[in-house]
Design a protein around this ligand. Structure first.
Ligand code: ADP
Length: 307
């Protein structure tokens, strides 16, 4: 069964910005899924719509089969959200922050207390239960938001940039915790602009850019494609068709150019040997970043810019 099904989702804000231009996504129950993309790609808008904080312009969203337009309460009961911005009542105690959320989902009495303790312990905040949220460090506030999102034990947990600005040690312990709850059966979707985070945690990945999904595949497949190199060869003579070369993909381009794609298992000597055997002479060669690589270079630049 799908934990999340999104069809042709669009969002145009009042200022005319088209944040989502028709996205489709299916996330299976039990998956650990990354939504990766640069700033402004539309990730937060998509999560806002899924959690019914943002009105969509068009399309449908289903959470475990419950359409958010028709069965909002049932959909919400399946969903826990950890937003990017800290949205805690800072004057509330840590314990009450989680207990109030439990109450909102209809938990009461002993069960409510049990859940509050379970998740505050799991996120190493139990000792701080009587302190105001205000007194917590940034990393603890984020953990408190995770405990709050989990207290009604949602089947789908969505985290928006869970480790942005969190130091490396806390990041790793958060990763361990998320892996554990995923293994225990919770479907997890996270947005990130750290490829390393997606690579370490997620089985499947969608890459969103400019309000469109530009990749939706298994993580291993995306990494494999990322490690393919593309070269553009300028040839001395025009070819009528792209040559078939063992271990390489080739495409003809205008102006006597040939594009050659190679994986890590082949080398350039082999490429030149096969070209020579076919009498193809090369005048010059340049490296062409593939689309994914360009995307990630762009992300790294942005990340550098944010720091
Ligand atoms: P991401 O989370 O990937 O950084 P967002 O969903 O926040 O992307 O933003 C997508 C686009 O929508 C951006 O161009 C952003 O400026 C615009 N946007 C986001 N929120 C609003 C809003 N409340 N009003 C107008 N434009 C918005």
């Amino acid at each position: 069964m799908d934990a999340l099904t999104i069809r042709n989702l669009t969002k145009t804000y009042a200022n005319g910005i088209r944040a989502l231009k028709g996205i489709d996504l299916s996330v299976e129950e039990g998956d650990f899924y990354a939504l990766l993309g640069p700033n402004g790609a539309g990730k937060t808008t998509a999560i806002g719509i899924i959690s019914s904080l943002v009105n969509k312009t068009g399309g449908t969203v289903g959470i475990f089969g419950h359409d958010i337009d028709k069965e909002l309460e049932a959909a919400k009961a399946c969903l826990g959200i950890v937003p990017q911005e800290v949205n805690l009542n800072l004057w509330e105690t840590v314990g009450n922050t989680v207990a109030n959320q439990a109450g909102y989902y209809g938990l009461s009495g002993a069960l409510r207390q049990e859940r509050v303790e379970k998740y505050l312990r799991a996120l190493r905040l139990w000792d701080r239960r009587d302190d105001n949220a205000r007194s917590l460090s940034g990393g603890m506030k984020r953990r408190l938001m995770i405990a709050r999102a989990l207290v009604h034990e949602p089947r789908l947990l969505i985290l928006d940039e869970p480790t942005a600005g969190v130091d490396i040690e806390i990041r790793r312990s958060m990763w361990d915790f998320l892996r554990e709850i995923n293994e225990a059966g919770t479907t997890i979707i996270l947005t990130t602009h750290y490829l390393e985070e997606a690579e370490s945690l997620c089985r499947n990945i969608a890459i969103i850019d400019g309000g469109r999904i530009i990749e939706d595949a298994r993580m291993s497949e995306v990494l494999r494609r990322l490690h393919r190199e593309v070269f553009v060869l300028s040839l001395k003579r025009e070819l009528t068709e792209a040559p078939v070369l063992r271990g390489f993909e080739t495409r003809l381009r205008p102006d006597c150019e040939l594009e050659v794609e190679k994986g890590p298992e082949t080398d350039m000597n082999e490429l030149f040997r096969q070209l020579r055997d076919r009498g193809i002479e090369v005048a010059s060669l340049r490296n062409k970043a593939n689309r994914l690589e360009e995307m990630f270079m762009h992300l790294v630049e942005r990340k550098g810019g944010d720091a």
